[in-house]
Ligand binder design. Structure first.
Ligand SMILES: Nc1nc2c(ncn2[C@@H]2O[C@H](COP(=O)(O)OP(=O)(O)O)[C@@H](O)[C@H]2O)c(=O)[nH]1
Ligand SMILES: Nc1ncnc2c1ncn2[C@@H]1O[C@H](COP(=O)(O)OP(=O)(O)O)[C@@H](O)[C@H]1O
Length: 211
């Protein structure tokens, strides 16, 4: 019989993706505040820090040379080019955390999502967040006030391409009202945790019930 250690549920890799500006950072923060059992997988990026972002909390902000070195050392689970910058998920503590049953939230794009699915089918759960319209998407990017007009145009140009990957995700949620969207995302997380195939820790308990 497998020992108790093996019977713990492995952690979930819970992915939120969306076109830029649809609200995944907002929903991620709400989820991380409401649910103490999930931690953010903090990505490394070569993009400049935005006002209000904290190094090591929102991202690990690294230079091009530091990113190159991490790629060479095979330090990433996955990495991708997005908007002229590079973003990657450091393996680091995620690997051991998952083994111990820690759930992680990933705010990554469709390229990263595909790479995680290739590596680890059964622990990945992916959610794609859609904006209610492209007009509203532009309004949100403008109202966020973190990007120049050129950068906003670039993000709008890429939005259609990103949305075209929606069918590769397990779940799709429209972020019209932010509170309603958050509740839906949280319900997905709760339901996925209870999936029978993840409840290996219950095996001894169920055996006892059947005796
Ligand atoms: N593949 C991959 N994508 C990432 C990673 N970290 C962030 N991203 C994605 O990079 C894109 C740009 O992120 P960011 O510059 O923070 O802008 P945002 O779209 O406004 O949140 C988003 O689609 C993120 O989900 C990562 O580690 N890997
Ligand atoms: N449902 C919503 N209704 C109105 N504004 C929203 C909603 N969700 C997010 N926002 C706002 O839109 C902007 C972009 O959201 P953000 O979470 O940064 O998007 P992303 O991480 O997908 O780029 C932010 O200013 C945020 O406060």
């Amino acid at each position: 019989m497998a020992d108790q250690e093996d019977l713990h549920r492995r952690g979930l890799m819970f992915i939120l993706s969306s076109p830029s500006g649809a609200g995944k950072t907002t929903i991620s923060h709400m989820l991380l505040t409401a649910d103490e059992e999930i931690k953010l997988s903090v990505s490394a990026t070569t993009r400049p820090r935005r006002e209000g972002e904290i190094d090591g909390i929102d991202y690990h902000f690294v230079s091009e040379a530091q990113f190159d070195e991490m790629v060479e050392k095979d330090d990433f689970y996955e990495w991708a080019h997005v908007f002229n910058h590079r973003y990657g998920t450091p393996k680091g503590y995620i690997r051991s955390g998952l083994k111990e049953g820690q759930d992680f939230l990933f705010d990554i794009d469709w390229q990263g999502t595909q790479q995680l699915y290739q590596k680890d089918q059964q622990d990945v759960v992916s959610v794609f967040i859609l904006p209610p319209s492209l007009v509203e998407l532009r309004r949100r990017l403008e109202s966020r006030g973190t990007d120049t007009a050129d950068v906003i145009e670039g993000r709008m140009d890429r939005a259609r391409g990103e949305i075209s990957h929606w069918a590769e995700y397990d779940y799709v949620v429209i972020n019209d009202d932010v509170d309603q969207c958050f509740v839906k995302v949280r319900e997905i997380l709760h339901a996925e945790r209870m999936k029978r195939t993840r409840q290996t820790g219950l095996i001894p308990f169920v055996r006892e019930l059947m005796e």
